[in-house]
Ligand binder design. Structure first.
Ligand code: UD1
Ligand code: CA
Length: 483
């Protein structure tokens, strides 16, 4: 293992159009395993010890600059006169006294940090002007070819469009990643001549170094896929598959069971604790954190959410939400942004929660909607219970105290508060606050003792507002919302 890079700066080229993507989005911003392509390059450079590289922008400059903000310095290349011209522009902001300058492409997201370390180590070991990476390709079409002499030393890189038949037959290609002697690069970059097409090729530096009596080293990479540049969406899909497998394998090596890596999609940056188990057909996206011993899937789609220890989530969608320990979510639950589900909760079939807290030990088993609500601990949310949180103009809050029992089909017309330990009857439409411990029934829901009086024939002083709907008596056996 080579050590962290010191005295090394880096330039990432990303000004090109990426025509073959046939996209209105700059190529390096297409998402790959949950991050823009170029961010993978910056993360790998940072892992190698290179902080704040210079990203050369051009096509779609504003969008690219916004995407790399905070991670990189940017320099604009306007117009785009080729890769050597791009490096000249990229050298501008580099002021630290680096001995080495890494140059790489913003569209090569799979390159491992070791590649950067190895190139710098090789260049320094030999005092070379350039160390460049090469790979063998079954189909080298489109790449610059690495031309070597009889002793095996590199003599030139010849671009596809300038290559004759025998040169095109060479299967060793230029990856596009280099370590340069910083001083030599600064003194040489402006001397790169224009090619027939008017572009200044960075690859011309190879023959220039040799003419200067300097050495050029080649570091051959074993796996060409690891260093591929993404040119079109077919390659994007190949990179996605490769990266997904790499991510899954890393988690497995860290003690996570992934039952079926082929049907599991885990974004770069997702954290998963030891002995967690990821079941098939599961997608974990963004800044998701899964605690140890959790079981997620089959068929879970989790984005930017936290899942606590020993919690089970299956056949459900979670967005920007959190579920504490020992809970069960699913099948068919949808936690929309801002949901915070407590320990030991049971959130079941066709349950939707949005921007709400559900306290520890509460249960929401059957087709129910809780939105903009604060639900206490050990609350039973009966089947079909719904917060009517939206009056057509604005959203209103609902508060449900600890140990409340919401009967099946309770409508909570917000804003409304149901006090601790209260009970609502089946079909209650709660339009006014309910005092702690009270039982309310009917539509609109009223305390059960008032309802009873109103329906008793002898009671002339009954509640005039009560309707004639049949009213449950005592603790209605139907009011607990199923099992
Ligand atoms: C380049 C190399 C080729 C190598 C291949 C590997 C040159 C001349 N050729 O070819 O030897 O095999 O990469 O993928 O360097 N860019 C700019 N400004 C420009 C032109 C390009 O920033 O004026 C950027 C592009 O955004 C891209 C990178 O440089 O990220 C490479 O440019 P591209 O046109 O794709 O070069 P290739 O023809 O693939
Ligand atoms: Ca390319």
């Amino acid at each position: 293992m080579s050590e962290e890079l010191t005295a090394t700066a880096a330039i990432v080229l990303a000004a090109g159009q990426g025509t073959r993507m046939r996209s209105r989005i700059p190529k390096v911003l297409h998402p790959l395993a949950g991050r823009p392509i170029i961010e993978h390059v910056l993360v790998a450079l940072s892992a190698a010890g290179v902080e704040r590289p210079v990203v050369v922008t051009g096509h779609g400059a504003e969008a690219v600059e916004a995407a790399v903000d905070g991670r990189a310095t940017t320099a604009r290349q306007e117009p785009q006169l080729g890769t050597a011209d791009a490096v000249r522009v990229g050298l501008g902001p580099i002021t630290d006294p680096a001995t080495d300058i890494i140059v790489t492409m913003g569209d090569a997201p799979l390159q491992p940090p070791e590649l950067y370390r190895n190139l710098v180590a090789e260049r320094r070991r030999r005092g070379a002007a350039i160390a460049l990476a090469s790979a063998r390709h079954e189909d080298p079409t489109g790449y610059g070819r690495v031309v070597r002499d009889l002793e095996g030393g590199v003599t030139a890189i010849v671009e596809e469009r300038d290559a004759d038949g025998p040169t095109r037959a060479i299967d060793e290609v230029n990856v596009g990643t280099y370590a340069f002697d910083a001083d030599w690069l600064r003194g040489s970059i402006a001397r790169v001549p224009a090619s027939a097409s008017g572009e200044h090729y960075l690859t011309d530096l190879v023959t220039m170094a040799i003419a200067d009596g300097r050495e050029v080293r080649v570091v051959e990479v074993a796996d060409a896929t690891d260093v591929m540049g993404i040119n079109d969406r077919v390659m994007l899909a190949v990179a996605e598959e490769r990266l997904r497998r790499r991510i899954a394998e890393e988690h497995m090596r860290n003690g996570v069971t992934i039952v079926d890596p082929a049907t599991t999609r885990i974004d770069a940056g997702v954290e998963i604790g030891q002995d967690a188990r990821i079941e098939p057909w599961t997608i974990l996206e963004g800044a998701t954190v899964i605690a140890q011993d959790a079981v997620v899937g089959p068929h879970a789609h989790v984005r930017d959410s936290r899942i606590g220890p020993r919690t089970r989530v299956w056949a459900s969608v979670l967005e920007e939400s959190s579920v504490a320990e020992d809970a069960q979510v699913g099948p068919y639950a949808h936690l929309r942004p801002g949901s915070d589900v407590g320990a030991r909760c049971r959130i079941g079939n066709f349950a939707e929660i949005k921007k709400s807290r559900v306290g520890a030990g509460s249960q929401q088993h059957h087709f129910s909607y809780i939105g903009d609500a604060d639900i206490g601990e050990n609350v039973n949310i009966g089947a079909g219970s719904v917060t009517a949180n939206y009056d057509g103009t604005s959203k209103h809050p609902t508060t449900v105290g600890d140990r409340v029992k919401l009967g099946v089909d309770t409508m909570m017309v917000a804003p409304v508060t149901i006090g601790e330990g209260a009970t609502t009857g089946a079909g209650a439409v709660v339009t006014r606050d309910v005092a702690p411990g009270k039982t309310v029934v009917g539509m609109p829901a009223r305390p059960i003792e008032l309802r009873r009086r109103s329906t008793a024939p002898a009671d002339a002083g009954g509640d005039p507002s009560a309707d004639a709907a049949p009213v449950p008596t005592g603790t209605d056996r139907n009011s607990q919302g199923g099992g």
